[in-house]
Design a protein around this ligand. Structure first.
Ligand SMILES: [Zn+2]
Length: 168
């Protein structure tokens, strides 16, 4: 009998003495016997179950908070990113790996509005403003080049902006 692990304690959830499959109990200094009332396995499942069954609720609450405390949240996540750049990269990489289509779709959807404006007329205007090239002197090749450049620039800008937004 190992009293420290609570092997003679009955779990309030599964009712098994010593916990399910003898898994034991986590420590809890606030409890009289110094142990949680549910065994390790039950606690693990209840937490996981709860999150699973309330995923939408959890998200909703977080979103609401985010919305009402935008400045605070942004500040906090700025700090976090600054202190933990590697972590941020990891999280982004992991998210992309698990949701490649979602990421692509989202960025396509977002980018569409911006990129749609990149028609020849617009590019010509940009070119003439930037390099003083007269409209009739711009070749299609030059326009395409400029368009690619602008696309890349805008996507990079978009990405920076996304990082500033609430993390969900
Ligand atoms: Zn249990």
């Amino acid at each position: 009998m190992n009293k420290i692990n609570g092997s003679n304690k009955r779990c309030t959830k599964c009712g098994e003495v010593g916990g399910k499959d003898g898994c034991g109990f986590h420590k809890d200094g606030r409890k009289k016997d110094g142990l949680k009332s549910q065994c390790k396995i039950c606690r693990l499942h209840s937490g996981r179950e709860w999150r699973k069954n309330n995923r939408e609720k959890v998200r909703q609450v977080r979103r609401e908070y985010c919305k009402n405390n935008r400045e605070k949240v942004n500040q906090a996540s700025r700090e976090r990113r600054k202190n933990n750049p590697e972590k941020v990269r990891q999280v982004n990489r992991k998210y992309y790996k698990n949701n490649p289509e979602k990421v692509k779709q989202a960025s396509k959807k977002r980018g569409k509005n911006n990129l749609e404006k990149l028609n020849d007329v617009y590019i010509k205007k940009r070119l003439s403003r930037q390099f003083n090239i007269i409209s009739k002197d711009t070749t299609q090749q030059l326009i395409d080049l400029k368009r690619e450049q602008l696309k890349k620039y805008r996507l990079a800008k978009q990405r920076r902006k996304e990082l500033k937004q609430c993390h969900n």
